[in-house]
Design a protein around this ligand. Structure first.
Ligand code: GLA
Length: 402
């Protein structure tokens, strides 16, 4: 009888403790302890497509360090599709020995020796999008191999998956990664088809919300196969509206990788692209050639003040708080109580944009310090509102601190 009472007391105490934890913390069934702020790195696909090799990856790791990108916070060096060629008799994944003669472990070691982290790519189907072997039916075997190679990040694609259920497929690979005991960022590349933002906070560290980005300010054209339609930077931005509440530390919406420096947009358009991805708390995965960056491109990718918006520890995704025609304001609450705001001008001519404090959820009477994060200048104190001239296809990015 006495033991029964003790049991009851213990069960009661544990229930109360769990209830308190649930209200004070965001309880996640799956927490691999990584990506507490949006992952930052580089991926081979946007610039190099299938032309990947160990030499290329090593030179990108070198470039990440020498360009100052590492110092600015970039960490993951990720090989996308086409590193794998077949499976051996035991079903182990085989890297393309022509392009990766030293093997993947050696490549991982090299990347780690630079103080960086190693990312790799696979697919939940039979084949990857480029027709290489996928991981379907080999999830645990592949995860063990990745852990042996020292992989820190897995991008997991969705081609050739047939009728496979996305939640099942991604949970299987999540469990396989978890079973290795190695913390591996799990980057889900399912293109938003099954609305992963609704169910994937316990499955992946980030999930693509759309199809692939093209290196254009605005897309809209058909793909070569006739399918509609290519997504430019602004098309992807528009598709993020309404998704902000689903993101947070360890689980981010991913509007696809950066095109900054790849040549399809102007410098101010790239500045806008980078600023908007930062305010969206998107993973900042560069996709340009890090060996030959123009100074203006390096300046964009390494702007530590803009990166600080993205990496803010509160981990809130920004959202569109105002729109009038081609003029918009995207804003993000920051941990110190300030706001970051991106004033975006989509139009063909310069325009003035006014940020009224109530659009940032501040009362009008508040006086706040405004700082311009591209000019790197304090602009002074303002009460009730702040206005700036914004160039065509450009942004002004400010912090507003009461
Ligand atoms: C898909 C993905 C891209 C890239 C390619 C590789 O299209 O969405 O990001 O990984 O596959 O084949």
């Amino acid at each position: 009888m006495k033991t029964l009472t003790v049991h009851r007391v213990v069960i009661f105490a544990v229930t109360i403790a769990i209830a308190i934890l649930a209200v004070t913390h965001e309880l996640r069934a799956w927490d691999n302890g990584v990506a507490l702020t949006p992952p930052m790195g580089w991926n081979s696909w946007n610039k190099f497509g299938c032309k990947v090799s160990e030499d290329l990856l090593k030179s990108m790791a070198d470039g990440m360090v020498s360009s100052g990108m590492k110092d600015a916070g970039y960490e993951y060096v990720v090989i996308d599709d086409c590193w794998q060629i077949s499976r051996d008799a035991d079903g182990n994944i085989v890297p393309d020995a022509k392009n990766f003669p030293s093997g993947m472990k050696a490549l991982g070691d090299y990347i780690h020796s630079k103080g960086l982290k190693f990312g790799i790519y696979s697919d939940a189907g039979e084949k990857t999008c480029a027709g290489r072997p996928g991981s379907m039916g080999h999830e645990y075997q592949d995860a063990i191999m990745y852990a042996k190679w020292g992989v820190d990040y897995l991008k997991y694609d969705w081609c050739h998956t047939g009728k496979r259920n996305a939640e099942e497929a991604y949970s299987t690979m999540r469990d396989a990664l978890k079973a290795t005991g190695r913390p591996i960022v799990f980057s889900m590349c399912e293109w938003g088809t099954a609305k992963p933002w609704i169910w994937a906070a316990d499955t992946g560290n980030q999930w693509r919300t759309t199809g692939d980005i093209v290196d254009l300010w605005k897309g809209g054209g058909k793909w070569p196969d006739g399918n509609c339609c290519q997504l430019g930077m602004l098309d992807i931005l528009d598709l993020q509206v309404g998704l902000d509440s689903f993101a947070g530390p360890g689980h981010w919406n991913d509007p696809d990788m950066l095109e900054v420096g790849n040549g399809g947009m102007t410098t101010n358009e790239y500045r806008a692209h980078f600023s908007l991805w930062s305010v969206l708390a998107a993973p900042l995965i560069a996709g340009n050639d890090l060996r030959s960056m123009k100074p203006e491109i390096k300046e964009i990718l390494t702007n530590k003040e803009v990166i600080a918006i993205n990496q803010d520890a509160l981990g809130r995704e920004g959202k569109r708080v105002w729109k009038e025609g081609d003029l918009e304001i995207w804003a993000k609450p920051m941990k110190d109580g300030s706001r970051a705001a991106v004033l975006l001008n989509r139009s063909a001519s310069e325009a003035e944009i006014t940020v009224a404090w109530p659009t940032l959820a501040y009362p009008e009477h508040v006086s706040a310090a405004v700082r311009d994060l591209w000019a790197h200048k304090d602009l002074g104190k303002f009460t009730g509102k702040f206005s700036a001239k914004v160039g065509s296809h450009d942004v002004v990015v400010v912090t507003v601190r009461p």
